[in-house]
Design a protein around this ligand. Structure first.
Ligand code: ZN
Length: 99
């Protein structure tokens, strides 16, 4: 996995981008002054921390959707109970009328 790293030149403090694998050491020459620098690319730490910071958001969304699901279920139960009560009431009324 090749990742772009921003390297700061020790000679002219110019910033340039180096493409390399993580956790490797490579020699790169500065495009501004030609200074040859040994660049040690870091082990990927930024991406997992980003992933961890995204996890709570997903859990919050999931908990929200669960809460919404519970509300929908409660409303569904209330509506269903109302329909059953109404139909049984109508059944009692019509059976009383038919007699
Ligand atoms: Zn330089």
């Amino acid at each position: 996995m090749v990742i772009q790293y921003q390297v700061k030149c020790n000679n002219c403090t110019g910033l340039y981008v180096v493409q390399a694998e993580p956790a490797t050491t490579l020699k790169s020459s500065c495009p501004y002054c030609g200074h040859l620098a040994t660049v040690a690319t870091p082990i990927i730490e930024a991406e997992p921390s980003v992933a961890e910071s995204e996890k709570p958001r997903k859990e919050k969304i999931e908990s929200k959707s669960v809460g919404l699901g519970k509300k929908v279920a409660i409303v569904f139960v209330i509506v269903w109970f109302f329909i059953i009560a109404l139909s049984s009431f109508l059944y009692v009324v019509f059976s009383a009328m038919s007699k």
